[in-house]
Write a new protein. Structure first.
Length: 135
């Protein structure tokens, strides 16, 4: 048990350093790490999809950059998802790094063209579920 904890900590450090050779070597030596990280990444991506979709919905509704509180409200009311504003901001910052959204000069957030595609894909897949929850 302790050995896995130490390996996880070492892997986190190597991952943060971005050293692809060491990352690949550690994953080859410890295949269970890949499964753990895949689960973490899947959860992170799902949170990102939800926030980007809500941003797209609110941007269409407001026709202006979307403040965090409006995004939080949209997630709660339209998607049935409770997220703290700090977590939403964290997801937005990560999404900005990926080129899916950007912080507007006067405040609030907007989608990039790539983020718009990401949003549309999510909504097209989940629209039936969202529509039945809202009705």
């Amino acid at each position: 048990m302790f050995k896995k904890k130490k390996i996880r900590e070492d892997f986190d450090e190597v991952f943060k350093s971005g050293n692809e050779g060491k990352i690949k070597a550690m994953l080859a030596e410890n295949p269970w790490l890949l499964e753990e990280w895949q689960g973490k990444m899947d959860a992170t991506i799902e949170h990102q999809k939800e926030v980007i979709a809500a941003l797209g919905v609110m941007e269409d509704e407001l026709v202006s950059p979307v403040p965090i509180d409006e995004l939080s409200s949209c997630l709660r009311v339209d998607f049935g998802i409770q997220k703290e504003e700090a977590k939403i901001l964290e997801v937005l910052n990560e999404s900005e790094t990926l080129g899916l959204c950007k912080k507007a000069p006067g405040g609030g957030w907007t989608l990039t063209p790539e983020g718009g595609k990401f949003c549309d894909n999510y909504l097209n897949i989940h629209l039936g579920n969202i529509g039945s929850e809202v009705s």
